[in-house]
Write a protein that binds this ligand. Sequence first.
Ligand code: KG4
Ligand code: ZN
Length: 329
Amino acid sequence: MLILGLETSCDETAAALVTADGAIRASVVSHQADLHARYGGVVLEVASRRHLELAVPVVETALEQAGAALADVDAVAVTEGPGLIGALLVGLATAKAIAFARRLPLIPVDHLHGHVASLYLQPDPLEPPFLCLLASGGHTLLAEVEDRAGYRPIGQTLDDAAGEAFDKGARLLGLGYPGGAALERLAAAGDPAAHPFPAAMAGKPGHDFSFSGLKTALRYAIDRHPDEHHRADLAASYQAAIVRSLVDRAAGALEATGHTTLALVGGVAANRALRGALEARCAALGVRFRAAPMALCADNAAMIASAARFTPPVPFPRYLDRDAYASVA
Ligand code: KG4
Ligand code: ZN
């Protein structure tokens, strides 16, 4: 059983081939970051057009990498939402066309389920139950995962996502787009205690997040300390505030739910300061910590094919009228 996965929810065009037992035979990600950098963010129309150009080539490259042919594929998995609607539609139309031509089933996947399912791939698949912190550019949430078929959100961001906070902070610091990784690099040379930023939602009940106040605090701090030699300290302090908030809220949710495993997924999971801080807090709490493999944190299609293993397929040809959705209902 070989699943072809497609992911086009934002600005990565990705295809992957994954087996029924979760082995990655190929995973190809084509980034559009350079294309959007000059606009300071993803431009929907530009992203959709580029997906259209790249969708078939990334599928061909994935097949080549796996040494497989389309004839070897048993099902086609695709991100149906949430994401940028025009971008999603390109992936969905491509997946439908491939599946229809070969009379294969289509497996429509929820993008966030995909991020969680990045933990279910070989060589070290995670077994539920666990508490999952999902931090990406579009979403930040805490979810209880009881089985591999889904996840149950118990808290989410009330405004910006954690990745968005990184990107907006990076922009204020003149680091370009997307800025998460660049901000982390700048922060490495700075003192995280130099500028005390407010810990958003600290002490508030529940498991929600809020990051938009932090961005405003950074703007004021930059106004107060505009010279170049403050930038690394500002980046380190800003990153520390985001990390502190994520770690504190995750710790609160661990305590409230009694889960003994915490997992971290999503683009922001690539942040080493966050991985280190969560690992340390989990060790102190006697909780097992698992982060998604570095290569599977940011958007990719292997995680979509992985989630498809636990999602009901739609048989040929009943999927032709499936539609993409921009946000969670
Ligand atoms: O999961 P993802 O690829 O796309 C969404 O589903 O949103 O996440 C992308 C986000 C971006 O905001 C990016 O800046 C952030 O992940 N990111 C990072 C790092 N690498 C990527 N944030 C902090 N530190 C990093 N090293
Ligand atoms: Zn994502």
